[in-house]
Design a protein around this ligand. Structure first.
Ligand SMILES: [Zn+2]
Length: 166
């Protein structure tokens, strides 16, 4: 069954029983994420699939991707950053069951009521945010100034020789 992830409070058991799924772009009110980035995503691509997980508990498998603007922590210039995440979560019937599932290596949380899908998606985007976002592999503005040999260039040569000796 296709479902609308932004519809009000879908019932978890029903989502699982009908194997509800969604794939597409949505506009999210990403206020918590917005506080951590320079510019929030215009929209968010998401793929969600519900089914019955272990112990017949509702399970969701999700993928999310969105482009935000971050401030580079090295050169302090803003740049576009692609946030991407995947997750799998089982909704346990109690804290105790969530603990047991955790011991079995299953990500789970105690949640039986209606599910806030938008909040779940925003959580995953926030988890995908790097601690110190920066241009990779290097900042363009700093590279121009960096014409002197890198101080570790000689070391790199040493390591390469070690590799050949083995
Ligand atoms: Zn930079």
């Amino acid at each position: 069954m296709l479902f609308d992830p932004l519809a009000r409070a879908p019932d978890l058991r029903r989502l699982a029983e009908t194997e509800a799924r969604f794939e597409g772009r949505i506009i999210l009110a990403t206020d918590r994420l917005a506080a951590l980035v320079e510019e929030r995503p215009a929209d968010v691509w998401v793929r969600l699939a519900f089914d019955q997980g272990p112990r017949q508990r509702p399970r969701v498998r999700g993928e999310v991707a969105a482009e935000v603007t971050c401030l580079c922590q090295r050169c302090h210039e803003p740049f576009r950053y692609l946030l991407q995440g995947t997750w799998e979560l089982v909704f346990a019937a109690s804290d105790e069951e969530a603990r047991i599932l955790g011991e079995e290596g299953v990500d789970s949380c105690h949640e039986t009521g209606p599910l806030d899908v938008a909040a779940m998606i925003e959580d995953e985007l926030m988890l995908a945010l790097p601690m110190a976002p920066r241009h990779e592999p290097a900042c363009a503005s700093l590279m121009q100034a960096d014409t002197a040999p890198h101080p570790f260039a000689a070391l790199k040569g040493l390591f390469a020789r070690d590799g050949r000796d083995k």
